[in-house]
Every structure is written in C-alpha cells, then in structure tokens.
Design a protein around this ligand. Sequence first.
Ligand code: OSB
Ligand code: MG
Length: 370
Amino acid sequence: MFQIKSIDLIEINLPLVHFFETSFARTYERRIILVRVEDAHGGEGWGEVTCGESPGYSDEWTDSAWVTVEKILAPMVIGKEFASASDVWDAMKWARGHRMSKAGIETACWDLEARKLGVPLWRHIGGTNNEIECGVSIGIQDSVEKLFQKIQTELDAGYRRIKIKIAPHWDYDVIKQVRAKFGNILLMGDANSAYTLGDIDLFKRMDEFELMMFEQPLSHEDMLDHSKLQREIKTPICLDESVKSPEDARKAIELKACRIINVKLGRVGGHAQAKLVKEVCQTAGIPIWCGGMLESGIGRAHNIAMSTLEGFTLPGDVSASKRYWHEDIIEPAVEITESGTIIASENPGIGFEVQRDRIRKLTVRKSEVR
Ligand code: OSB
Ligand code: MG
C-alpha cells in the first residue's frame, strides 16, 4: 500500500561512448527522462522513460513524453492510494497509447514498492532466474572492418549472441562477410522496419545465413505482411515495434506473424504489462527476450529485473554500462560475467545506488509535479 505524493521529471543528456546507428537514425547523445516517485512517508522509486530523441522508432519521443508525463499521466496517479504497484497501470488506462511514458511512472512505482518491502525488484515482480544471458546490439558502422572489430570485442567479452542492425545498404553482403569471418556464432539481424514485402526474395536468399531471427523487417505497425513473409522464409521473424501490448502479442501469434517476440519494458507499458505479454507468449510456446533502448543504468536495472522472469529464454539486449557510457548514473555500473551473464542484485528495489550528484550535473531540466 502506498500513496504517491510527488513525481519528479528529470531530463539528463548523456553522450554515448560510440554513436548508435539504426535503419532510421544515428544517435550520438541520449536525452533521457528519469522519473522519481515519492510517497507520503518519504519512500522513493526510480524509473526511466525509454523513448528516443525523435519519433523514428515509435511515436513517443523525449519532448512529447515530457509533457505527457507532466500534464496528463502524473496527475492521474498523484494522491491516489495504491494497494499494489500492479494497479498503477489501470490508473493511467484512460489515456491512450504513450506506453513508454506510462512505463516511466509505473516502473518507478514498482521500485518504490520493492524498496518499502526491502526486497529486490526482480524477486518482487516474480522473477526466478537470478542469472540472465546477455547479447549485444551492434549498430550500422562506417565500414565492415569496423563491424568486425566490434563483434570481436563483444565475443571476447563473453557475450552470447550478436545482433547487427541491417538496412537496405547494409544487409546481404555484410552478413555474408560476418558469417565467413566468425562462423556459426549466434547471429541475428534487426531491420527496424526498413523493408517491404517487395523484398521477399532478398529475405529468401538471406535464409542461407541461418540467422537466429530477423527482427522487425517490415512496417512498425504491421502484422499481416509479416505473416506473409514468415510463410515464405525459414528464418524466424521476431517482432519488436509491432507488439505494444499483450493483445498485440496474442494477435501476432494467432496470425503467425512471428515465431519470437522481443519484449521491451517501455514499449509495452511497464512491468505489469510485460508480465502479461510474457504469459501470452509462454502459453503459446513463443520464446521471448528482453530488448533495449540504450537505457541509462536506471532503465537497465529494470530490464535486468524483467529478464529474470521465467519465459525469457533467449539472450537479451541487456549489456554492460561501459558499452554505452563513460560513467553510468548508478553504482556499481552494470557488468557481465566472463560467461556473458548478469547476476541480479540482492539489494532492495532496482538493486543499484542512484548517483544523485552525477544526475544533478547532467540535468538540463526538471519538473516537480505534486
Ligand atoms: O530496435 O532494438 C531496437 C536501440 C534503440 C532503438 C531501437 C532498438 C535499439 C537497439 C539497442 O537495438 C539495444 C540496446 O543495446 O539497448
Ligand atoms: Mg529492434
């Protein structure tokens, strides 16, 4: 039981160690919204809004999320008594869409509740596997040679699965060279909706690479064309952008639009919604894994917690802080073991110390809603 007294929105600007390029944008610096919720007894919880800097991945982006949380969502939860963090989603249900904005608040409430109970967040949401398998997502590079170097670095670090971003100028020939150089590593390609059904022959040809999956090859809202493509190719399709809710997951599976689903905590609206997506997939025998949005340590800690749920059977895009940031905003930084795993912390809540001084230095704007 808790009552939210105030919600702080904090925008920090955090430069990436290396630019990250997808089929839709190249990012050098993240503009991240952190959400801090405080209850009537001084308890606090931290969450992160995981949207990008521009509406290239989804329709939410930093500035739209800021006003949405500040003007619409925060007022919906402030002052309310919640029996449990699992009820926070319903309090914001009236507002359509904006799932990443909602997740910023919702995940912060889960952290608050876990801290109050003195238990690790991952246990509190029902996680069972304290050691999660990690993969990496490697953006489009300026040359294949650069990509080789990056892949080698990550394999040396112990990561279990390599995802490369693909796009029409960076697909067949690149994957062919990666396969020739690295052999049968666990490899997959993420297109972020860069293709259409007109590219079906290309995908058929790429079957020869025996990738683990093609992530979101077609339109960000599509399921029907994905099911047509999946019927024609051997490589499993994994949906990312197209699955925003448990209902979407059910429909995608029913349509046979994919054989795997990437679950992103923000995209689906927070921990309670993610658990429902997980249940839909488990029931249908669809493997899932935790996707990433170049999160700061706070969002990353929430991703780790979600990844401990039963059903997250494939390595996720959850990797070490140092791949993204010179210095993270949590202590200790997220690190992986030599065998490419992350061990979930036994500390209460998200399990990491939030570095307030560092956040203060990185803050470009702040709003307190009460
Ligand atoms: O499609 O999974 C994606 C990053 C930003 C937007 C979309 C995606 C990604 C990633 C990076 O692939 C995953 C990560 O390392 O956080
Ligand atoms: Mg993706």
